[in-house]
Design a protein around this ligand. Structure first.
Ligand code: MTE
Ligand code: MO
Length: 242
């Protein structure tokens, strides 16, 4: 069966279940398979559940497209960021030698990694597309360590369902489910197009989640918290799969 008809079939299946007896059956199935997104309670709730459930069933094992080096965008657009503050400046003046990424929550061993430690782990590089919900996008090479590697070092507990990440920039942070957290293309990045990741693109450390829209790729990350529940307070949809 082609990818397209499989998708239509599964989407129709979930939608039909929703149509015949309200959202009861779809919701029951979604619950059973852990396919309820954390923003399911709001006005977009049932729709968000259908999107998330249908996409997840299809994309659990899928990869974001990777491009060839000659497809890298010449002038990638960096979204303007609000001022980063004094604490960031002090770290920057020091070449980010004191930058740390903490990992806590549902792990056997809470840890805190320096930039040098993160760079010492096996790296992965990939050329992917970053798309903003506002319509622009670019292709770049991203270099970093798979998030799964850091989670493994901290020892994620089996009941973990989400990883919440926070930025040094006030108000910025997000979360992904374990399917994306452990996905081999989800990287804690420190390099871009063969060089250090520039500050305007999120340096020294940025989470890249290439299977979702740009806003999930949070810049200046300082903390990862593993959890089994979350209350989503973002203004966009929590699941931003493409
Ligand atoms: N800390 C932080 N992370 C952020 C943002 C931001 O303003 N601050 N903007 C987000 C949004 S909306 C998008 S589309 C991408 C933009 O990435 P770019 O600047 O590399 O183009 O970063 C995301 N990560
Ligand atoms: Mo964006």
């Amino acid at each position: 069966m082609s990818k397209f008809s499989r998708r239509a079939l599964i989407t129709t299946g979930v939608a039909t279940a929703a149509g015949t007896s309200g959202f009861a059956i779809a919701s029951k199935l979604a619950h059973r398979y852990g396919l309820i997104p954390p923003d399911a309670g709001g006005i977009y709730g049932p729709g968000e559940t259908l999107t998330y459930a249908a996409q997840r069933l299809l994309t659990r094992h899928s990869f974001a497209r990777e491009f060839a080096p000659n497809q890298i965008s010449r002038n990638p657009f960096a979204n303007p960021v609000d001022p980063l503050g004094e604490a960031f400046k002090r770290l920057q003046d020091d070449g980010f030698a004191e930058w740390r990424l903490a990992v806590d929550g549902m792990v056997t061993q809470p840890r805190s990694f320096s930039l040098a430690e993160i760079k010492s782990y096996p790296s992965r590089s990939q050329i992917t597309h970053l798309a903003c919900e506002e319509g622009w996008s670019y292709i770049a090479e991203w270099i970093g360590v798979p998030l799964s590697h850091l989670l493994q070092l901290a020892g994620t507990l089996p009941q973990a369902r989400y990883v919440v990440y926070r930025s040094m920039q006030r108000g910025w942070g997000d979360s992904v489910d374990m399917a994306d957290a452990l996905h081999p293309q989800t990287l804690v990045t420190y390099g871009m197009n063969g060089a250090d990741l520039p500050v305007r693109f999120g340096g020294p450390l940025r989470l890249r989640v290439p299977r979702q829209l740009g806003y999930k790729s949070v810049k200046y990350i300082t903390r990862l918290t593993v959890t089994d529940s979350l209350k989503y307070e973002g203004s966009y949809a929590w699941y931003a799969g493409m």
